[in-house]
Each structure stands twice: as structure tokens, then as C-alpha cells.
Design a binder for this molecule. Sequence first.
Ligand SMILES: Cc1cc2nc3c(=O)[nH]c(=O)nc-3n(C[C@H](O)[C@H](O)[C@H](O)COP(=O)(O)OP(=O)(O)OC[C@H]3O[C@@H](n4cnc5c(N)ncnc54)[C@H](O)[C@@H]3O)c2cc1C
Length: 493
Amino acid sequence: MAANVIPKETVIPKETVIIDNVLRYPPSGLKIVIVGSGPAGLLAAIECWRKGHDVEVLEKSPTFSSIGDIVGIGPSAWSTLHNYPSMAKEYVEVGIDALMTPCHLDGRYAMEPFEFEYNREGVAEHAAYPFRAVGINGRADLTRILLNQCERLAISVTYGVSIVDYAEEDGFGVAISDDGKRYQADLIVAADGIASKSCKLILGEPVRPVGTGYTVYRAAMTLAEVRDSPLVKQNLATCERPEARLYIGQNRHIVVVIDKRLVSFAITLPNETRGVAQESWSSTISAEELLGMIPDVEHLDPLVVELINNFPNDRIVAWKLCMRNPQSKWSSEGGHVVQVGDSAHSFIPTSANGATMALEDAISLAECLRLGGKKDVALAVKVHQLLRHQRTTLIQRVGLLNRAAWHQNRADNILGVRKLMPQGKWMWGHKPERYVIENFRKAREHIETGAPFENTNLPPGHKLEPWTLEEEVEKEKLGQVFDLSTNGDWGVC
Ligand SMILES: Cc1cc2nc3c(=O)[nH]c(=O)nc-3n(C[C@H](O)[C@H](O)[C@H](O)COP(=O)(O)OP(=O)(O)OC[C@H]3O[C@@H](n4cnc5c(N)ncnc54)[C@H](O)[C@@H]3O)c2cc1C
């Protein structure tokens, strides 16, 4: 039987609150300040509001940012979407329901296009069922629909607030902005992305980014911005579905997405020596520079070359692919400051799961806080970390192993894409809210008394192995490919 947890002090609703067709739990009395309006911060705000917490968001950008290209998002991230009918409608409108199309570098199809794993015939139900899980979103579309939902729920999002430090005092968390203003709350949620300023309080020092040896050159534009692109237009005219083309070559890979909403590319190459690339969405290079760096560019699919040539010079981002070793903890000593999303765990794109894990975090944290209640914020935060840490750490490693596998010079590589990018039911069938409901009590007992507890949001039978980023990068350099999908059940049924 699922161990349904009734919070110690169940709050009896004094009235039923439904706004924008979203049913809200009774007020928990918890005040939460969220730093960062990326996917993690915005969904945390929405989910916390639904769970009855009083919430506001602070964002350093002066206004909503449409910077970015595409993000891959699995169904687990949308497992609570049915609670938000207006957002659900927008999700359906903006999604990119692409077929994966493995290609040789010269553009020939390497195999028949195929569906993302969770959309294939005969597999288990995914976590967002009965929604059609679309797999890809424009990053700006994603944050826009989350922001729209915040606005409909009257959640305050304040722009132009740059948080430079975090503290705990008198049983509260504090976020301190660059102009010295102090924002106090029962819980401060640091959803401020990689290089979060909260690391100083939580870990005693910033987390060191480790270069993974590669740079990704990426850009997106809407169809209206596409100028002279006969090949892109021909593709759109002839393909019934959007395409996510995956080109795999020795020591490099390219992802191109062609959809009526936007077209994008992401070209991953070994680091160039001039060191232009940074971990920043504002370090850009020109089309000419990029074309000059691609080996055998004369044999590259003309469609990719056409796309590159179509981007204005300030639109191609050169992003140095760094990662951070799994962090030992995500929350401060007193439990009043907690990290979610990239601030807690960063990914490289080949994990295809960074945004998914950020959104899962948001769902998990909001429910842990509901079950902990105002009295047990610190405990709720600890439970959240216990339930999430092993899962995100494993998926961080998957990203590194996927890339190492793709970049081998093996003739069978491209045909093995399905095998080499394992996901499995454990990944896309996971429902973070339900998982908290079913495991909160056991996790709490484990924290309080040391009673045994094992996470079940991993591949069944999986034996966790310690790993470091430095070791994985070294193995990749030596061409050592390691198939994690033999460790536990990564099956789809
Ligand atoms: C502008 C931008 C564009 C992106 N585009 C893509 C993309 O195209 N493809 C992709 O795969 N990933 C992209 N990402 C990263 C992706 O969104 C994340 O990897 C993932 O979705 C996890 O989201 P997150 O909310 O944890 O972090 P993020 O998406 O990084 O969001 C963090 C938020 O916190 C804000 N912030 C940072 N520091 C502070 C501070 N000191 N005070 C207040 N606010 C702060 C940031 O402005 C941002 O809004 C982008 C991130 C950003 C910030």
C-alpha cells in the first residue's frame, strides 16, 4: 500500500480557492522567496502557490528574456501539468513534437526517423499521460508559458533584482541584493542557475566548473527570421513532422531542429584554442568563424551550412561545455536556503535532461514543503534532497557517457543511437509529486532515526557507483565507452 502521508497538522480549508481553474491547497503559512525566473524558479513558484505557500520571485534580468534556443523536456517534468488547464493549452500550442532523425554528416539519413522513447508503440505510460509528450520546446516558449501561469495566479515576479549573497538568521533565510536590500522568508529557493551565489553559504565556497573539453555552438531563430534558406523551406514543405536531426561523427555531433515555430542548431566540437567560448549566453561568434572551425566542412550537409550562414553574427552562442561535480548538499545548515535546478546540479546537453531535472525539483520541493508544513521546513528540505540527489547525479553521468559513446569513430555508432542514448521507464515514467507523497514518511524516518531507506526513482536494481567529472572526462579522452544501461533495468515497459 502506498504510504499516504497526512501532514501532522492538516490544514482544514476555510474556503475553496480556485483561480484560473487551478485548485489551491489551504494556506500553509509558509513564505517563500525564489531567486531566478528560469524554468526551475518559475515552476517552483507555481507549484508552491498551488500547495498553499505564499511565494514571490526575484530575477536579475531587467525584463523577460527570450535568449536561448531549444530545450529537451521529458514527460516527468509535466507530470503535474493537468492541474493547470490554461498552461496545458499553451503547452500543446508551443510544443515541438519532433521525430529523431539520425543522419550521416553529409546529410544522408542513417536510419528511419523514430519517436522519442516514451512515444513509441508498446511502451509503458509516461508520467504526463494522457498529454502527448512533445519532447522539445523553445527555451523562451517554455519560460513564457510558465511566466504566463505565474501572472494568471498573481504571483509576483520582480525583475532587475540581482541577488549577490544568501544568509540565515533567526530561523529565516535571507537573500541580499546588490543594492543591499534584504529579502527574508521561511525559505529562500536559489534557482539562480549555474554558479549560484548560494554556494558560498551552502558549501562554503563556489563550485568549481570543470571543462569537459568541448564547446557547443548554438543558435535559434523563428521561421519569420529565416532569410534565404531554400533547403530549410524545402524540408518544412516535405516533412510532415518537425525533425530533430542528429549528426554523429568522430569527436563531434550536431543537432538541428526544424519546426514551423523555430529552427535551431547545436554543433559540439572539441574546444578551440583561442578560448572565445565561455559559460555564457552572450559570448557569440560569426558564421564565418564557425564554418572555419568545422572539420571537413565541404562535406557537411548543405542544409547545416545554409542554416549557419543564415544567422546574424551576434546570434551564434559559443558555450564552453563545463560541468560541476555532484554537490554534497543543496541546502544551508539551518535548512532555510535551498538550491533547485542548475544551481544544485549542472548538466551537459547530451544528458537531454537538465531542464527536466530542474522542473522535477520544483515539483518535489513544493510537495515536501506541504507535507513538512511551517514547523518542519528544514526537514522538508532535507527530505527533498534525499529523494532527488541520487537520481540527478546518475543522470548527470548519463550525459557524459552519451557523449563519449556518440563521439567514437565506430561504423555502427549511428545505428546504435537508440541503444547509446538509454532512457527507460524509470526516467520518463517518474512522477515527482507522487514519489514525495509515497516516500516522505520513510525518508523522514531515515533522516531522524537512521531507519533504512532506498530510493526507487532509479533504474530498478541499479547499483550506484561513485564517479567524478575529472575521471569521466579522462575516460572519454581515452575513448573508453561505458554502457550504464546494463546496470539495472532501463527497460521501457
Ligand atoms: C538566458 C538563458 C537562456 C538559456 N537558453 C538555453 C537553451 O537555449 N537551451 C538549453 O538547453 N538551456 C538553456 N538555458 C539553460 C537552461 O534553462 C537550464 O539549464 C535548465 O533549464 C535549468 O533551469 P534553471 O531554472 O535551473 O536555470 P536557468 O535557466 O539558468 O535560470 C536561472 C535564472 O536565474 C537568474 N539569475 C541568475 N543569477 C541571478 C542572481 N544573482 N539574482 C537573481 N536572478 C539570477 C537568471 O537570469 C535566470 O533567469 C538558458 C539559461 C538562461 C539563463
